[in-house]
Write a protein that binds this ligand. Sequence first.
Ligand code: ADP
Length: 308
Amino acid sequence: MGRFNVAVVLMMVLPLLICCYLVTVKVLSFDAFVGMNGFYFLLAVIFAVLGLLVGRQVLQDLLRQLVEANRQLATFNQRQAEFVNHVAHELRAPLTVVKGALDNLADGLHGSMTPDQLQPVRMSLQETDRMKRLANDLLDLARIEAGRVHLERRELHLQELLQGLAATYRPLCAQRGLGLTVELPPEPVRVWGDRDRLSQVLINLLTNAMKFTNAGGITLELRSEGDAVEIEISDTGSGIPAGDLERIFEKFERVESDDRSGAGLGLPIARALTQQHGGRLWATSELGKGSQFHLRLPIGQPTIPGPS
Ligand code: ADP
């Protein structure tokens, strides 16, 4: 029997003895300390002291083991992050060279190519782009997790930001036969945020909405809600199973039935950046009908304002 079990048994004996003690004697009477009652009382005290001593020792040992396991886990996590960071870094440079060479081939810099020759070059280019995106996402996530991303906060006019994004993405949506609607309140809505990083979050949500929607469209809606603002990006796409709504914000996690390309890093990056702004990002969805991603940001300046 382990020491933990011994401690538990000893501690369980105590209430049993106290029960025997209470059934046989009236509380607060001198009879409590004589004859069998006194024996029960003594036994209860001995077991209680033993239980406490062993329990204390066991808890101390457990605590020590937990602290050590935690320390090892933190070291392991840090080494793993450093390794991923290193690999992603090392991959980026050769990928840039390969992409450059493939671009030159595709552009006919080394002589014209037949369509049959061009097709594998274009395919390789697509794959190189995908690997570059993956390397960049891995580096980005490593920087965010290590707290090395510093937000350049400024006052942002959200209507202007969303209209700018919609103007860029409307033609791409149209190419896929999708509509892009923007619903904005008449009064100006401003937040204190990093323009590039918030755009990165919104672009990730918009490109996902486009990727997972075959018909219908995407809506970008901005709402003021008390001391916060909410941007909702909704689509009429495949939807996400209820059990996956939180999981997709974890690294490398994707909806199981989804066979489209992607590494599952966009949403964890988007959530981490939102949280750095003091906000929240979550999803709601109805399978087969579409999904909504909610980006909630606090209004108002932080206590330590960024450069303006
Ligand atoms: P990626 O799209 O590169 O795989 P993300 O982290 O951006 O990585 O998304 C994770 C997964 O969440 C996607 O692979 C997809 O399964 C699911 N997902 C994200 N956005 C949507 C959406 N708008 N509609 C349906 N599924 C989505």
